[in-house]
Design a protein around this ligand. Structure first.
Ligand code: GCV
Length: 700
């Protein structure tokens, strides 16, 4: 019984009442199932586990399975040493041959790295995979099914991750932060969970963090902000020797959950850390410096993921200073990581250079497209979903599909910088789904973003998806309980972009709040419509950036400030919108493949929700609804407020069905959201009334 001690320790931790219903347990609630017939169906299998194999990840799988089964069924399973005696068998294919005799060969052959099979052989539930990590993912899947109260009698699942790298990007600031600067840039879930003063001493929250990530399939995390030195930040220090034991401790813990550690680094590190005279990519001393650094890190953390770099952007230095290209800059660091299998993720968020087009939307493409093919094999260019900056609605960045010879990765923002912080319910999964499904036509039809970042379309060696984290030390991790749905949805969609939004949302609700049909339908309705609602009362028809300035405190990008954003929405007395056409505007439409470019070029063909992103139109321009643009702006802003009031009323109908603590938390947030929505409505509508001199004339 070698597992007895860790199991006991884990169970005491997971079961302790300390976390109540604050939301700390997220979707990993493992609530006792009250339906006796379901429980007895589960107990046919769940009383005993056979787990051949002995690795840290297998131990994590067993700990999780044991805790989950015990809490859900009320019976603690025993670990048996003979496969024939077990109700559940978990093990890699080579170790469970007798139990997988009945699994068809084609299913086994279809398994890719970290994929898994869960099957009911008639007598046993078997979870098998080629890798230990696959076993862990399969274990979480089984527990998910049980939390959703799905019977196990017919279970037969084959799953493979569609996207290889599925990373969280923390914008957490290590070290001392200057006064007034939060410990997480754009973080609304509290302070950073990474306690660098205490590390290498670990705490329970790191384990729960890793469990939470692994349960959705996330397999890497960048633990510090891409801004590493701006305004006195100290993130660059993670590369100093003092931090290596701390990184090692985190990496060792994350490894148990199949998660690789990555860090953001400063391009000027050789100068900042060792006083080299420059950081020029063509200086052999600089190359040597990065080589040594990589060797030291991999000496301690052999499975270290690699580095993320924000260069030549918003004060973070880069190769431009030395007259070198982004590719020369990236390749310098990539060469150092390459012998160890490390990856260099280089962000495409580069803008503001005077030689580029005055339209910010055009700039990333102008810088990166000409460099296609110039990046090393272990570089991935990480591109934000849209050409501006995580707005509630933007077209997909024109860079996707524009670099067939360069590994690409999609960057999404889970934290709600522009989408209501922790104050508004704004479920971003529908937006991400649209982005992933968007057809770039890079190789004719069927060239979706998800096929690009899965590597399928261009045969990339590395590719993936990153989400800017919304995690903090708030008891519920994300500030607003409903923001957990975005974190969960990011992981699930990264694992399988073909999942529907409805499926993911239902999974989250059912695991988080239980399976009551009314609870499921009310929360689904709120979450599914919340993105459109937020869009309605904030920013019309893709115009974007109607918010206040970007100070990184908790006020930045939160409130309406249309008058300060004329550069983006271009409203004047006659009309509104940014002309980005080739014919008369900035030419951004020309960066897309045909027929996407011609669709955006024409106001008639352009999807209406993006009309003002691509076109400057008169206020009296008629939309397909028959309404003028100005009337549409007024109406949607009014409707948005009504919708939030509707959420508040709907939520109240769940009072008896949700525990008090979480019920009150959401109620209080919704009450606040009504006020903020009104503020947005009044600000935007009065701005447009003033500038257009056209009064609001609703039809009814
Ligand atoms: C991490 C925007 C945000 C910044 C962020 C930057 C980036 O400008 O406002 O807080 O910095 O994007 O993605 O690098």
């Amino acid at each position: 019984m070698k597992f007895v001690f860790p199991l006991l320790f884990f169970l005491v931790e997971v079961c302790s009442g300390a976390n109540g219903e604050t939301g700390y347990k997220t979707w990993l609630q493992y609530r006792l199932i009250e339906d006796q017939s379901l429980t007895s169906g589960y107990l046919k299998y769940c009383k005993s586990i056979f787990v051949p194999g002995n690795s840290e990840i297998i131990t994590s799988s067993l700990l999780e399975l044991n805790a989950g089964l015990k809490q859900m069924t009320g019976t603690e399973p025993v670990v048996v040493t003979n496969a024939d005696q077990a109700g559940i068998v978990i093990g890699t294919i080579d170790k469970v041959s007798s139990s997988i005799r009945h699994i068809p060969d084609y299913q086994i052959k279809s398994l890719r790295q970290d994929g898994y099979i869960i099957t009911n052989t008639g007598r046993q539930i078997v979870i098998t995979s080629k890798s230990d990590t696959g076993i862990l993912y399969g274990t979480f899947h089984l527990l998910r099914i049980m939390q959703m109260k799905i019977p196990l009698s017919e279970i037969s699942i084959v799953e493979n991750p569609k996207i290889r790298l599925r990373l969280l990007n923390h914008w957490d600031n290590p070290g001392k932060v200057p006064s007034g600067v939060p410990s997480i840039e754009r973080g609304y879930g509290g302070e950073t969970i990474f306690n660098w003063d205490e590390l290498p001493v670990l705490n329970k929250r790191y384990t729960d963090y890793a469990r939470m990530l692994a349960s959705t399939g996330i397999n890497g995390t960048v633990v510090n902000n891409v801004n590493t030195a701006k305004n006195g930040l100290e993130g660059w220090k993670l590369l100093t020797p003092e931090y290596l034991p701390k990184l090692k401790a985190l990496a060792s813990l994350f490894r148990k959950y199949g998660i690789r550690l990555y860090i953001s680094v400063n391009f000027f590190s050789p100068v900042l850390i060792s006083g080299l005279k420059d950081a020029d990519p063509l200086n052999p001393e600089v190359q040597k410096w990065w080589n040594n650094k990589a060797e030291k890190i991999y000496g301690e953390i052999p499975d270290f993921g690699g580095f993320l770099v924000k260069a030549d952007s918003e004060g973070e230095p880069g190769p431009i200073k030395y007259g070198r290209t982004q590719a020369e800059g990236a390749n310098l660091i990539a060469r150092a990581l390459e012998p160890f299998g490390g990856i260099l993720i280089w962000r495409a968020f580069v803008y503001g250079n005077k030689e580029l087009s005055p339209d910010r939307a055009c700039q990333a493409y102008e810088v990166f497209k000409p460099l296609d093919g110039a990046f090393s094999e272990n570089v991935i260019v990480q591109i934000k979903n849209g050409p501006i900056d995580f707005q509630i609605r933007e077209p997909v960045s024109s860079l996707f599909g524009a670099m067939p010879e360069t590994n690409q990765m999609l960057e999404l923002q889970i934290t709600q910088e522009y989408t209501g912080h922790d104050k508004h319910i704004c479920c971003l999964i529908p937006e991400w789904k649209e982005i992933l499904d968007f057809d770039t036509y890079a190789k004719g039809t069927n060239s979706s973003v998800s096929k690009i970042i899965s590597g399928e379309l261009f045969g990339y060696k590395y590719s993936g998806i990153a989400g800017v984290s919304n995690i903090g030390d708030n008891p519920n991790w994300t500030g607003h309980l409903f923001a957990q749905a975005n974190l969960y949805g990011f992981g699930r969609m990264a694992w399988n972009p073909d999942l529907t939004t409805e499926t993911i949302i239902r999974e989250w609700i059912s695991q988080t709040f239980g399976n009551n049909e009314k609870v499921l339908s009310v929360i689904s309705e709120i979450l599914l419509s919340s993105r459109k609602t937020y869009e309605n009362y904030t920013s019309p028809l893709g115009v974007g950036l109607m918010c206040n300035g970007g100070n990184t405190g908790h006020e930045g990008h939160f409130s309406p400030s249309p008058a300060s954003r004329i550069n983006y929405h271009k409203a004047d007395h006659n009309g509104v919108g940014y002309d980005r056409t080739k014919a008369t505007g900035s030419g951004y439409t020309g960066q897309y493949h045909t027929p996407v470019s011609s669709m955006y070029e024409s106001p008639e063909l352009c999807p209406e929700e993006l009309l003002l992103f691509f076109h400057h139109v008169p206020y009296q321009y008629r939309l397909k609804s028959g309404k003028t643009v100005i009337q549409h702006i007024y109406d949607t802003h009014n409707e948005g407020v009504e919708e939030v009031i509707g959420y508040y009323e709907k939520w109240k109908t769940l009072k008896e069905l949700i525990d008090n603590e979480r019920y009150e938390h959401v109620l209080e947030r919704l009450n606040g959201q009504i006020g903020y929505a009104k503020e947005w409505r009044d600000s935007i509508n009065s701005y447009f009334l003033k500038i257009s001199s056209i009064i609001d004339k609703p039809l009814h």
